[in-house]
Ligand binder design. Structure first.
Ligand code: FEO
Length: 414
């Protein structure tokens, strides 16, 4: 198959839509993914980024359908991660007259993955432009969005920003532009992508956004997902919110359970929060409703939990006790949160135990590591089945989390 999409005459998307990928190093790509590469045919011919290595032949076919591979002058590498650079060796071999264009850190990163001793390199400095004839590319380094060597390229003559990982989404679709896809779903996937991939680098993202704000952009061409041409404002407004960790009025109750005791507690916390949310809605009829979600850690993917957690203002974590510790999938959630470095959230530890103890206590300790202020000094615990008193405590804690979430959200809006 050969399949390309024209962005402008002489500027085409030539990458690969991967309908089959379901695991992208732990990212649950339930909708598949895309690895976008862009071909610019001017007096000089440049290919921006490549695709994952298994799809190199597809990339070659797409490029060759538009231009003789011998006529490719530049292979621009904006990011050395292998979903974009994986087919670079194949393209270097297939395009004998091409020079690899990247920044110095990217060259070093490529050298860590591949034998580049025979590659021709042209190293760009930040702000430097590469003339392709009537059009040009200006390079900007955007370190840590997503790796230290990450960069973006702006084509002023066409007002196109080649943003690499930034503004991407993991979606496999025949629709290639934002106005061809359902916008709320698109923003949800862009948010999930941000939460799971870019979230630890909020400060660096904000810096990159400052640069983007100075550019006149008519089209954002990311390395993943659909291109933004009709809803550029929507994505450019969403990113600063995500990058600053702006709170939504949202409470998550994330738990794992063995014989349903922790689940009974989770449901009561959830009910307490929902009830408090109804009270807020009555007092503030025009305000957004409090979003309360119950998430079983073994029935909800880490990817989804992270996407929802990005802007949650309060979270309860619960676990039964297993081997005097917490249950493994709840542990995975807490580990994941630690690396993603979300903005602090008001928190609660809870859970159950039988003949041994340790699950809820382990969560309480992890809250300290996460630096999440807990609403109780010790976890709410149930021995075997929760008593009416314990369930009442859970309900009250749910209300308290809801109140805290509302206050955090309101403070952000002030
Ligand atoms: Fe899409 Fe950081 O690679």
């Amino acid at each position: 198959m050969k399949l390309t999409t024209e962005l402008r005459p002489g500027v085409d998307q030539v990458g690969y839509v991967d309908y089959n990928v379901r695991d992208f190093h732990s990212y649950d790509t339930r909708l598949g993914a895309t690895y976008n590469a862009y071909l610019i045919r001017d007096e000089k011919v440049a290919l921006i980024d490549t695709v994952k290595a298994p799809f190199a032949e597809q990339l070659k076919r797409n490029v060759a359908s538009l231009v003789d591979l011998e006529k490719v002058d530049y292979l621009v590498c904006l990011h050395a991660e292998l979903d974009h650079a994986g087919s670079l060796p194949a393209m270097v071999a297939a395009c004998p007259n091409a020079t690899v264009v990247c920044n110095a850190k990217c060259r070093d990163a490529l050298a860590g993955f591949f034998d580049v001793s025979n590659w021709k390199f042209q190293i760009f400095q930040p702000g430097e432009s590469l003339s392709l004839g009537k059009r040009s590319l200006t390079f900007v380094n955007v370190p840590m969005v997503h790796w230290p060597e990450s960069s973006i390229a702006y084509m002023p003559e066409e007002k196109i920003l080649f943003s690499n990982d930034a503004f991407g989404q993991h979606i496999a679709t025949s629709e290639r532009f934002d106005d061809e896809y359902d916008l709320p779903k698109l923003l949800e996937e862009a948010k999930s992508y941000y939460a799971n991939i870019v979230a630890p680098y909020g400060k660096q993202t904000l810096k990159a956004l400052e640069t983007a704000a100075t550019l006149d952009i008519e089209l954002i061409a990311p390395a993943h997902g659909v291109m933004w041409r009709s809803h550029i404002d929507a994505i450019l407004k969403a990113y600063p919110k995500w990058a600053t960790g702006s709170y939504a009025p949202k409470v998550l109750v994330i738990y794992d359970t063995m014989w349903n005791s922790t689940e009974m507690m989770a449901e009561e916390i959830y009910a307490g929060a929902v009830e408090y949310g109804a009270k807020i809605a009555k007092e503030n009829p025009t305000a957004p409703r409090l979003d309360v979600q119950l998430m079983h850690a073994r029935k909800t993917t880490l990817t989804r939990i992270a996407a929802e957690a990005l802007d949650a203002a309060a979270v309860a974590f619960g676990s039964a006790t297993l081997n005097a510790w917490l249950m493994p999938q709840l542990g995975a959630v807490l580990d994941y949160f630690q690396g993603l470095k979300f903005r602090e959230k008001t928190a609660l530890a809870f859970g159950s135990f039988g003949w041994g103890q340790g699950g809820p206590e382990a969560i309480q300790k992890r809250l300290e590591v996460l630096k999440y202020p807990a609403i109780t000094d010790a976890p709410i615990k149930a021995k075997q089945r929760p008593t009416a008193e314990v369930l009442e405590q859970c309900r009250a804690a749910g209300a308290e989390l809801a109140k805290a979430a509302w206050e955090r959200y309101s403070a952000d809006q002030a």
